[in-house]
Design a protein around this ligand. Sequence first.
Ligand SMILES: *Cc1c(COP(=O)(O)O)cnc(C)c1O
Length: 229
Amino acid sequence: MISENITQIQTNIKTACQKCKRTFTDVTLISVSKTKPVSMLMEAYNAGSRDFGENKVQELIEKYDIMPKDIRWHMIGHLQRNKVKYIVDKVFLIHSVDSLKLAEEISKEALKKNVCVSILIEVNISGEDSKFGIKPEDTEQFIRSISVLPGIKIKGLMTIAPYVENPEDNRQYFAQLKQLSVDINHKNIDNVSMNVLSMGMTGDYEVAIEEGATYVRIGTGIFGERQYL
Ligand SMILES: *Cc1c(COP(=O)(O)O)cnc(C)c1O
């Protein structure tokens, strides 16, 4: 089932890329495996998935220890400062940097472990109160202020779009995040690249790709509904 789901989603990603004349290999599917057992992650791994997304530090490090070592782990959930030290040398990319204090902590722990951590800035593009993330209008200044920190590399932007029935309703937000990344890229800030756009989930990833997503984060579409205990 998981393997069929991944095959179908990869086909849909290809179709979405063709539709907007993008290269298929520019879009990476992240299997969002939060709450799911390692046996299911292994099914996704055996179907070819090498990018996994988790939103809790404890769960990420447990799975990191058990799963094969060629996996790229993505921290996609809200990250507490006191937990940064457990993951800086394990994650491929932190998608959810949304405060100066958090960025400073990542920088500090990265230096301790002698690694360079790739990060994305989480932007609250829809302005929903319930969402984490930097306001679009504050994003450039925020990036300038953390770009000088050692041990971190800013690679781009991430957003969590609202939950909607019709994915077209989120197109505006994906387009706005893309435009923001283009605008910031034009500023040529040292130590900052804007090549990565993490946006799109099970319900709206095709629209996100049409608007420029380079990572889509898909949980339910691969592993089925989540049960929270
Ligand atoms: C859970 C989660 C996803 C995946 O959501 P689905 O709708 O199950 O595909 C994507 N991004 C983030 C940040 C998440 O927490």
